[in-house]
Design a protein around this ligand. Structure first.
Ligand code: DQA
Length: 147
């Protein structure tokens, strides 16, 4: 089983960026945790980060015929990118939306996700663990669909 993980804009700055909100793990630390869990779960992961909306759309489209599921933190694009929402809807694969912070407990403009309605679900507020929970959820969804 292969799961793609996409980190959206500004997540390359993790560790430096508002650590009170996003924690002190760097993107490298987070990716190491994702890879360690993937190894434990016996699945393959491929992890990407991009600051660019079009590149994220390309990375989502490439999942077709290549990955079994997608875990994505669309970051700020969560709240307004119809292009990313449409790409998620188009690939017809299980998609789990994740956020480090609890977007529902923050500014009102972050409460709305345009991606969540076309994802299997959303995990928010558990820091780096949101990704680890998202990876486990994605794996389970793929397994359930296969059984
Ligand atoms: C975020 C929440 C978004 O509102 C914000 O724009 C981000 C990170 C999170 O992981 O908590 O860049 O997606």
């Amino acid at each position: 089983m292969r799961i793609r993980v996409i980190h959206g804009p500004n997540l390359n700055l993790l560790g430096l960026r508002e650590p009170g909100l996003y924690g002190t793990d760097t993107l490298e630390d987070l990716n190491r945790k994702i890879e360690e869990l993937a190894h434990t779960l016996g699945i393959e992961v491929e992890v990407f980060q991009s600051n660019s909306e079009g590149e994220i759309v390309d990375l989502i489209q490439q999942c077709v015929g290549h990955a079994d599921a997608l875990v994505i933190n669309p970051a700020a694009y969560t709240h307004y990118s119809i292009a990313i929402r449409d790409a998620v809807a188009a690939i017809r694969l299980p998609v789990v939306e994740v956020h480090l912070s609890n977007i529902h407990a923050r500014e009102e403009f972050r409460h709305r996700s345009v991606v969540a309605p076309v994802a299997c679900g959303q995990i928010a507020g558990f820091g780096s663990n949101s990704y680890l929970l998202g990876l486990q959820a994605a794996k389970q969804i793929v397994e359930e669909a296969r059984s």
